[in-house]
Design a binder for this molecule. Structure first.
Ligand code: IPE
Ligand code: IPE
Ligand code: MG
Length: 248
């Protein structure tokens, strides 16, 4: 995989929020906001690819979103299905590897089957990794990892004292991935809403009032410029971080 240019975050995670309110403010049904949101996904994937981002993780549907009204969930599933069909060539032509995090087994078959097919078809692409968080919850992901470890302890395969951060990480959907460098949330809400709770331990957070359907390449570039001006210290002093190559 190519390395991201200086100042560009290697791994960007986005909480794509504000579709429903964007639509409601215009007197439109919420699904119109989701439809417009899908266009913003297309723009953002393209911009990240062009700017040299290595991995982009998009929060598309949370574990908790299943509890929304049935017609909204159905509409989101239909849009996801359409996305996989409509973006297939764009993904393959741009050497993007599509993957997912979350409990995708819960997705209806008409979404899951073409999604899994495109994941397999794009698995060897090295241009950029696009991870869609679907039926994803950070707490649920941690529970799953911890439960796996408990089973191994119960089976006598694992010493409890050998459990460390790496062991927990190995059981996450994101095992082996670099952690997100920059996490963006649109629509003015300032919370994580169960997204990448473990992985975002040292992510730089960026909040913008722009609702997701209006998110443009310039908004992304603004977020990247803001990111580039920060010093990431990872618990060290500023001087130490600088010596370790931490910028500024
Ligand atoms: C984000 O937009 C998309 C999903 C959660 C699926 P919302 O649908 O949450 O929009 P708001 O936050 O209600 O405006
Ligand atoms: C987070 O947004 C989930 C996605 C963007 C997919 P929500 O709209 O579901 O989060 P809350 O309810 O505002 O915390
Ligand atoms: Mg929301």
């Amino acid at each position: 995989m190519a390395s991201a240019p200086v100042g560009v975050p290697r791994h960007v995670a986005i909480i794509m929020d504000g579709n429903g309110r964007w639509a409601e403010e215009r007197g439109l049904p919420r699904v119109a906001g989701h439809r417009e949101g899908a266009r913003a996904v297309n723009r953002t994937v393209r911009a990240c690819r062009e700017l040299g981002v290595e991995a982009l993780t998009l929060y598309a549907f949370s574990e908790q979103n299943w509890a929304r009204p049935e017609d909204e969930v159905d509409a989101l599933m239909q849009l996801l299905h359409d996305y996989v069909h409509e973006e297939r060539f764009e993904i393959l032509d741009n050497a993007i590897r599509l993957t997912t995090i979350g409990d995708v087994a819960r997705l209806p078959a008409f979404v899951r089957i073409p999604l899994e097919a495109l994941k397999a078809e794009s698995a060897n692409n090295r241009g950029m990794t696009l991870a869609l968080a679907l039926s994803y919850g950070g707490r649920e992901e941690l529970v799953r990892s911890v439960r796996r470890l408990a089973h191994r302890v119960a089976a006598g395969e694992l010493d409890p004292d050998a459990i460390d951060a790496d062991a927990i990480e190995d059981g996450l959907y994101t095992a082996g991935w670099p952690a997100p460098d920059l996490m963006i949330r649109t629509s003015g809400e300032v919370r994580l809403s169960n997204f990448l709770l473990w992985q975002a331990a040292y992510a730089e957070l960026y909040f913008t009032p722009v609702p997701w359907p209006e998110f443009q390449r310039t908004d992304l570039e603004e977020a990247f410029a803001n990111f580039a001006a920060r010093q990431r210290r990872f618990g060290l002093t500023g001087t130490q971080a600088l010596a370790a190559g931490g910028g500024r």
